[in-house]
Design a protein around this ligand. Structure first.
Ligand code: GTP
Ligand code: IMP
Ligand code: MG
Length: 336
């Protein structure tokens, strides 16, 4: 039995979707459940020629043998949920905690029209901030009050904890990243909730003593969308020259790109209680590493990068992503 949490160590978009999908195929969890804020997150999962973008469902959906859950602390937009489960064909194995707060269309309007949120913070306009406020005000609706969600309602903490009692494997996937945590990011340029591992456990009603591993995902070249400080940011032209530009899954906005930030990585690892790290985009450090699946095939440049990252993070890098596709990964977790 293992209970593993996967979270982001930069400003979100580290490629958690890709890492979660790989870990799911390898570890064969019976439940994949998500924490995090809500549909402001966009995960990209690429399997062969197919590219999926998910905002509500766990990105581990590509692994067909797990039940998929949305944890108690996650905001649910019933419209996004309905559309996604249809497209992904996961109706028979997805569940929503009955206490999840609901995003109303009025929350989305407010998020888009409030200049503090839309301009100063640069929110995703998905209604998350206003919906979390209404939860704190104790006026938000909950999932069990929405007839469309009734076929999917469950008690996620009960399901997860009883699965662990039966010695099953559970994967808890986080969204967003350390640098946009409501507590630990550069306030006020942050999202509307903490984004660290303890929050992901709390979102799913799993006590800290039940967590075996925390995998923090770092991006070789971190990115940030929206406003706020970015210590190692590079000029947009430089990112274009390197051919490493990216666009947001949810908003389509061009992501700001920066260099590796060792100091931030160490701090993120500390607060997340990182037991292992994953690095994505090693193919951006050295394009010759694109798609490789063996540690021995890494170039000297890539190896040096990984060694420095390990020294900064203070934990082993056990997963190295070498491209967007599911199988483009080096996994040395079993060798340690
Ligand atoms: P949030 O929950 O929104 O923070 O998202 P996320 O961490 O799941 O990441 P997202 O999918 O939004 O962005 C990561 C991008 O990098 C996607 O376009 C992935 O397909 C891509 N990607 C993931 N791993 C790699 C990699 O190793 N190399 C390259 N070149 N791209 C990668
Ligand atoms: P909100 O979460 O939509 O309120 O946006 C607040 C800030 O967090 C903005 O800078 C967003 O760009 C950023 N943000 C929220 N969710 C994500 C995510 O999943 N990836 C990257 N940035 C995000
Ligand atoms: Mg994303």
């Amino acid at each position: 039995m293992t209970c593993t949490i996967i979270v982001g160590g930069n400003f979100g978009d580290e490629g958690k979707g890709k890492i979660v999908s790989h870990v799911a195929h390898k570890d064969r969890p019976t439940i994949i459940t998500r924490g995090g804020v809500g549909p402001n997150a966009g995960h990209t999962v690429v399997v062969g020629e197919k590219k999926y973008g998910v905002r509500m469902c766990p990105s581990g959906f590509v692994y067909p043998d797990a039940r998929l859950m949305i944890g108690t602390g996650v905001l649910v937009d019933p419209r996004v949920f309905a559309q996604e489960i249809e497209v992904l064909g996961v109706k028979d194995r997805i569940f929503v905690d009955k206490r999840c707060s609901i995003i109303e269309t009025s929350h989305i309007e407010e998020d888009k029209n409030n200049s503090h949120l839309a301009k100063t913070v640069g929110s995703t306009g998905t209604g998350c901030g206003p919906a979390n406020r209404d939860r704190v005000m104790r006026i938000a609706r909950q999932a069990e009050q929405v007839p469309d969600l009734s076929p999917y309602l469950t008690d996620v903490p009960y399901e997860v904890n009883t699965a662990l009692d039966r010695n099953e494997t559970v994967l808890i996937e986080g969204t967003q990243g350390f640098g946009i945590s409501l507590y630990y990011g550069h306030y006020p340029f942050v999202t509307s909730k903490d984004t660290c591992a303890s929050q992901m456990a709390a979102d799913n009603g799993v006590g800290p003593t039940r967590i075996d591993d925390v995998i923090v995902v770092f991006k070789a070249y971190p990115t940030r969308v929206g406003e706020g400080p970015f210590a190692t940011e590079m000029q947009q032209e430089k990112a274009h020259e390197k051919g490493i530009q990216e666009f947001g899954t949810v908003t389509g906005r061009e992501r700001r790109i920066g260099n590796w930030d060792g100091k931030m990585a160490r701090y993120a690892a500390m607060i997340n209680g990182c037991t292992q790290a994953a690095i994505t985009g090693i193919d951006h450090v050295d394009p010759s590493c694109f798609g490789i699946t063996s540690y021995d095939a890494l170039s000297d440049e890539a190896l040096q990068f990984i060694k420095k990252a390990e020294a900064d993070i203070g934990a082993r890098v056990t997963l190295i992503s070498t491209g967007p596709e599911l199988t483009q990964i080096i996994d040395i977790r079993d060798e340690l």
